[in-house]
Write a protein that binds this ligand. Structure first.
Ligand SMILES: Cc1cc2nc3c(=O)[nH]c(=O)nc-3n(C[C@H](O)[C@H](O)[C@H](O)COP(=O)(O)O)c2cc1C
Length: 576
């Protein structure tokens, strides 16, 4: 199979944005700058001793050397200020300035493209295995250039195009809020079969790489991550950055949450494709921000590094990196003018890590999510055995994926739902997940039409493999309201809400924990998309009225925060 026509840079200027998630509200959607009446408490700043992985083992360092990351007032302030509410939406309508719409691509006019091959290799690995499993960390594996091209294509490549009167939309392999595609990918690698060591920018528009630096700079990332072992042994690292304006044009200050969601759906694909190629993978979110930004030469006022993905394993460590000098490369402005939302930059600065000592202290030891023992009726999940799972390959499922635009209201089976819940929650290989299998987010469900389950509200008791019923009832109208008055969550078979208790997460990880919790939700949400499509179902990410979601699931969810929402069901438009 091959993917046809990746397009070229000269057509990129005519793109329009898909008019999605407007629902009943059309373009009046805003960032909900309501005053916080939240019951969420601020956590006290931790003033204690931390541990740093040093060359001589664990060393104690006073937290006084740590940056403002531990003053978690910043994360609470950002979170509360960017909640959606019924009143906030109506009080602060936001209209899109179509004449000032940002370009969906980053363009370096002075750099020559290195075109990637557009052949899709069939790995034959079933999507469900690729989603659920990861390759043991020390499995020796080095991707070649063709594998690399497939990794880029199936996580961030253009997989579909649609003509509109104003231009053409280029839909990509992973879902993204508003199809605005604010996440850019960069490659930092040693010599690979078919590609010289360097730092490259990936351009989905013409499916190519552009070389920003020659030489092996992986050592710079080893330093920036305080010698994170997966980074230190990775033949290549993919750096994801997020561009404020490209998404804030529509979503204003709430965009910083979208960074985690949209980077997460992309990483869900990347991790699954890496597994299908037998590559160990690890998502690393603890790094010295300024050092990574400097390496990929981005201006942090506009674009910031958000995550690293270490792919493959090679026993030898990279050499000492060359000096990282500024490049000052020209890029095409995204639009005529940019509107600044300082709240996001403040959130980013407050969650930045400033030294490798701080990074070493930061990672690991996830606070355990302690759901209370089930008090209501429990229904065991009924996942199929591996041999009974659908066999469609990961690459076929990714190429078929798209967000459902209308659900049919017809039921799915408990087996369908169980397969999703069981396979997507088996663990994300990430530095904020320790031990492996821990999760920052809990899954709460509104079930409308699942054969074998009464309609109602449920919470997933992951450790027990059961759904606990919180209340029975037909909640389609409420679900539509909670999903920002859109029809999709009302018509779905089931709505899966990600809720997290931010208090222990921020206490443990500081403001950076806010990035982690959003990213984890995006990754698991991206896996839900794939697990749904692998079974012939449809899915879509959705936004929501924050505090109303918590109220709906309370008292069980009291004190938690709404992080993300995915709806799953049968598509009314076509077989997905
Ligand atoms: C985090 C997230 C939130 C989303 N929220 C909404 C939403 O509120 N309403 C909606 O109609 N679509 C929503 N979408 C779907 C996007 O509009 C869709 O992913 C985008 O248009 C790209 O299309 P595709 O997923 O079909 O490739 C969301 C997607 C993501 C990843």
């Amino acid at each position: 199979m091959s993917n046809k026509g990746h397009g070229s840079l000269n057509v990129q200027y005519s793109c329009v944005v898909v008019a999605d998630d407007l629902g009943l509200l059309d373009s009046r959607k805003n960032c909900g700058l309501e005053a916080s009446g939240s019951s969420e408490k601020k956590v006290e700043q931790i003033v204690t001793m931390g541990e740093v992985e040093g060359t001589t083992g664990k060393e104690h360092v006073p937290y006084s050397i740590l940056s403002g990351n531990l003053n978690t007032d910043a994360a609470w302030a950002y979170h509360n200020a960017t909640k959606h509410s019924y009143a906030g939406i109506r009080a602060n309508p936001h209209f899109l300035d179509w004449a000032n719409q940002p370009l969906p691509f980053k363009i370096y006019p002075s750099l020559e493209p290195l075109n990637l091959t557009n052949e899709i290799r069939q790995t034959g690995v079933a999507a469900f295995s690729a989603i659920a499993e990861s390759i043991p960390p020390e499995t020796e594996a080095q991707p070649d250039l063709k594998t690399l091209a497939q990794l880029f294509y199936l996580s961030a490549g253009i997989t579909r195009r649609r003509q509109y009167p104003g231009g053409e939309i280029y839909f990509r392999a992973a879902a993204c809020t508003g199809a605005l595609y604010e996440v850019e990918l960069y490659l930092v690698c040693g010599d690979l079969n078919g590609l010289e060591a360097g730092v490259y920018h990936f351009s989905p528009g013409d499916f190519s790489l552009r070389k920003l630096r020659s030489g092996d700079y992986r050592g710079a990332l080893v330093q920036a991550t305080a010698s994170e072992p997966a980074i230190a042994h990775a033949p290549l690292i993919i750096v994801s950055t997020c561009t404020y304006w490209r998404n804030a044009w529509k979503y204003q200050a709430r965009t910083y949450r979208h960074f985690g969601w949209d980077n997460g759906t992309m990483l869900a694909n990347l991790l699954a494709v890496a597994t299908s190629f037998g590559l160990p993978e690890r998502v690393v979110t603890g790094f010295v921000d300024a050092d990574v930004n400097r390496l990929v030469d981005v201006d942090p006022k506009h674009e910031v590094a958000f995550s690293l993905a270490a792919l493959g394993h090679f026993s030898a460590l990279p050499p000492q990196p060359p000096e990282v000098l500024p490049l000052g490369l020209e890029t095409v402005p995204l639009s005529r003018k940019e509107v600044d939302y300082p709240l996001m930059r403040e959130m980013h600065a407050a969650s930045s890590l400033e030294s490798s000592a701080e990074v070493g202290t930061w990672r690991g030891r996830t606070p355990l999510s302690n759901l209370p023992l089930p008090a209501g009726a429990t229904i065991p999940l009924q996942p199929l055995a591996d041999a009974e799972m659908p066999r469609e390959s990961i690459e076929e499922v990714i190429l078929r994926r798209g967000s459902s635009r209308k659900f049919s209201r017809s039921p799915i089976s408990l087996t369908h739902l169980s397969a999703i819940l069981d396979r997507v929650t088996r663990g994300v290989p990430a530095d904020f997940v320790d031990p492996f299998g821990t999760q920052l987010n809990d899954l709460y469900l509104i079930v409308h039409a699942v054969e074998g389950l009464d309609p109602g509200a449920y919470v997933l008791q992951r450790d027990r493999g059961v759904l606990e019923c919180l209340k029975k009832g037909e909640f389609r109208t409420q679900a539509g309201y909670l999903g920002l008055e859109q029809q999709l969550p009302a018509d779905a078979a089931v709505d899966l809400f990600f809720l997290a208790d931010l208090r222990p997460i921020l206490e443990r990880f500081g403001n950076r924990g806010y990035r982690a919790v959003q990213l984890e939700a995006g990754i698991v949400g991206g896996k839900i998309y794939l697990a749904a499509y692998a079974q012939g179902l449809g899915a879509t990410g959705l936004t929501f009225y924050d505090d109303d979601v918590i109220r709906f699931f309370s008292p069980h969810a009291q004190g938690k925060s709404a992080i993300f929402l995915v709806a799953v069901g049968k598509s009314a438009m076509r077989i997905p």
